[in-house]
Structures are given as structure tokens and as C-alpha cells.
Design a protein around this ligand. Structure first.
Ligand code: PEP
Ligand code: MN
Length: 376
């Protein structure tokens, strides 16, 4: 797909006070009281690892009659955080009123929540309110795993003239219960980065996991995938938090966790490593070519079978045959140390491609089989 290149500034050029990787955004899920907001900020500042303070002022809650944020009265508390600690401050905005209020109180960075980025009307309203304003905006992934919707939300902000835009990967809703509150679907932020290479990627292990115990592993994985930053919920008394209590960590625990992270370089530092990597990549390229040739050959055979099925009036899909293939491949894959989910995905895709070729043949009876010589 060819699409308009968005003018998005890489994180190193955002003019942030600290350019060391990862950028850490931390703070409570919600601003609750002035004391909680300020004390959390002081302790986070003391860690020396946090650049941006986060706190939800307006909270999108799934069900009504729960705490829905302190509202605008919490904004002066964030101003105070900024004055006292020097941390940049950020909050979530979900409508025009939030944008105006946040700007009035000097919020440094806005973020847009997962329920809002899923709604193009709300996104457009926010984008319109931001026209002519120069402020960084972080767009969380929409709650449903839809990359186009995420890109669309980013484009609306970009079209409003904002150039410091970041993407927050906070995971995707799932009906089945899993160990995660929201499934990570890592491939989606990777695809986003492929489509918009300059966009900073920030991982939100708090909302992915919903559980303080899983935050370290998710953060490490994000670092290994070359994410630029982390947004982690931190509260001075996590168990007493008014929202998202299970996933918040104390500032001390946050510091300990960040200190344990291994930050790897995206490119090898010296020529020898680069050369060795280059050699291995050559082998990968050869193997990929072989895979393509094998697929091409498989499709040619599938086409021959398609002609045979057409001539003999046999259905394309033969459930039993497909079950045999996938069972055998899963067994063999297991012996070769390949994950069943991966084998399943690959062979489903290959089988679907064979079906597509055969459907073409059924539709177009006059097409010649490209190869002869196979007998079935
Ligand atoms: C939050 O960051 O507290 C929040 C509400 O996040 P999300 O929009 O990812 O659910
Ligand atoms: Mn939260």
C-alpha cells in the first residue's frame, strides 16, 4: 500500500530533558488526592529514572458508578508536580473540554486512551481542538486489534499539524480470560513501526498485564523489540489505589525493575559483530528463497490437483485430507522444536493459498495446468 508519509518527529528530537533510552513515563493510574499525587511524584523523581509524570484526571471506566476521576480540580496538583519536581506532566484527554482544560493548566504531554482511539468521531474532535497547538500527543492503540484504526487515529492528529506523536502499545481486549488483562499482539506495534518508521513506540506493560508481577518481563520484551519508552503505573500505596490497584507498583519497586532491565543496542557496535551478523543473514536470505521456491512448487502441484478435481467433479475442500496434513505437520513440527501455534498459522495460510489457486481453476475452466508430468 502506498500512503502519505506522516511528518512525525523521532523521539530524540522532541526536546525532552533526558534522551537516554528508555523514556520512562510513570505515575498513578488516577490522580486521587493532592497528597497522593505529590508524594508519588517526589518518590518517582528521586529514582532518577523518570522523565514524565502521568496521572489520569478523567478516567474512562467500563461500568458507571465507579470512581471516574477527580476531574479538573486535579490539574493544579499536576502543575504543582511540575513546579516542585521538574518532571514533565501528562494526562489523558478524551474530548474537547479535556483538551482545553489540560492546555489551560500547562500539561506538557497529552495521551489519548484506547477507548477513544477506537472512535474516529472522538479522534477528529480532539484533533480539531489541537489545531495550531504544539504539544506532544501519545496515541494508545485502540482496544480492538485493528492496525488501520490505530494509524487512522495517528493520521487525524498529524493532520491537525502535530508532529511530536508517539504510539503507546497497551494491548488489546480479549473475551477469553488469559494471564494478560489485554493481549499484547506484539506483531501489531511492529507492523505500525514498519508503516510509520519514525514514530516513537512506548510500551504500557501495566495495562497489558493488569498485574504488577508481569511488568518486568513485558518491559524487557519491549526493550528487546527496540521500543523507545515505557509507561508504567506507579502509586505510593498500590493496594489502596482507587483504580487499577493490582497493576500498580511503588516508586521503589519501579526503580528496582528499571535497573534490572537490559537495554540492547539496535545495531551491532563493532565491525566484527556486524560481519558475523551479515554472514548469518546471507544464510537466512538463501533459506527464505528456498521457502519461496518450495511454495511455488507446492502451488503448481495444487493447481494440477485443481484441474483433476474439476474434471472429476470433486469438491475443493476435503476435510479429512486437511486434518491429516495439519496433524502430521504438528507432530513433525513438534519434533523439530517448532511451536504448534506457528505451525498451525503457517499451514493454514499455505492451505488457504492452495484453495485460492484451485478456486480460480474451478472458475476458469479453460486455463491450462502450467505443468504436466505429475500423476495423481
Ligand atoms: C490509563 O492509562 O490509565 C488508561 C485508562 O489506559 P487505557 O486507555 O490504555 O485503558
Ligand atoms: Mn490505569
Amino acid at each position: 500500500m502506498t500512503e502519505k508519509r506522516l511528518e512525525i518527529v523521532p523521539l530524540q528530537e522532541w526536546g525532552l530533558p533526558d534522551t537516554e533510552k528508555p523514556l520512562v513515563i510513570a505515575g498513578p493510574c488516577s490522580a486521587e488526592t493532592e497528597e497522593q499525587v505529590l508524594e508519588t511524584a517526589r518518590q518517582l523523581k528521586e529514582t532518577g529514572r523518570v522523565t514524565v509524570y502521568r496521572a489520569g484526571i478523567w478516567k474512562p471506566r467500563t461500568r458507571p458508578n465507579a470512581f471516574e476521576g477527580v476531574g479538573s480540580k486535579g490539574l493544579p496538583w499536576l502543575q504543582k508536580v511540575k513546579r516542585e519536581t521538574g518532571l514533565l506532566v501528562s494526562t489523558e484527554v478524551a474530548n474537547i473540554k479535556h483538551v482545553y482544560e489540560a492546555l489551560k493548566f500547562g500539561i506538557d504531554i497529552l495521551w489519548i486512551g484506547a477507548r477513544t482511539s477506537a472512535n474516529p468521531f472522538a479522534m477528529q474532535e480532539i484533533a480539531d481542538a489541537l489545531k495550531g497547538v504544539d504539544i506532544p500527543v501519545l496515541v494508545k492503540n485502540p482496544i480492538i486489534p485493528d492496525l488501520e484504526l490505530w494509524i487512522g487515529a495517528i493520521e487525524r492528529i498529524s493532520n491537525a499539524g502535530i508532529s511530536r506523536i508517539g504510539a503507546i502499545h497497551r494491548g488489546f481486549a480479549n473475551y477469553e480470560k488469559t494471564i494478560y488483562r489485554n493481549l499484547p499482539h506484539w506483531q501489531i506495534p511492529i507492523d505500525l513501526k514498519y508503516r510509520i518508521p519514525s514514530i516513537p513506540l512506548i510500551n504500557d506493560p501495566s495495562h497489558i498485564s493488569g498485574n504488577a508481577e508481569l511488568i518486568y518481563d513485558l518491559s524487557q520484551q519491549a526493550m528487546d523489540l527496540n521500543f523507545d519508552g515505557l509507561i508504567i503505573e506507579s502509586h505510593i500505596r498500590p493496594h489502596e489505589a482507587w483504580s487499577d490497584a493490582r497493576q500498580q507498583v511503588t516508586p521503589a519497586r519501579l526503580a528496582e525493575l528499571l535497573n534490572r532491565l537490559i537495554i540492547r543496542q539496535p545495531l551491532p557496535g563493532n565491525k566484527k559483530t556486524l560481519d558475523e551478523l551479515g554472514e548469518l543473514r546471507k544464510i537466512i536470505n538463501i533459506l527464505d528463497d528456498q521457502l519461496l521456491v518450495t511454495l511455488e512448487q507446492r502451488m503448481k502441484v495444487a493447481q494440477k490437483i485443481g484441474h483433476y478435481k474439476k474434471k472429476n467433479n470433486i469438491t475443493i475442500l476435503q476435510n479429512k485430507r486437511w486434518e491429516d496434513i495439519i496433524r502430521k505437520m504438528l507432530e513433525k513440527g513438534k519434533q523439530k522444536g517448532l511451536r504448534p501455534e506457528t505451525i498451525n498459522k503457517i499451514f493454514k495460510a499455505i492451505h488457504q493459498e492452495s484453495i485460492n489457486h484451485q478456486v480460480e481453476i474451478m472458475k476458469n475452466g479453460n486455463r491450462k495446468a502450467p505443468y504436466s508430468g505429475y500423476t495423481f
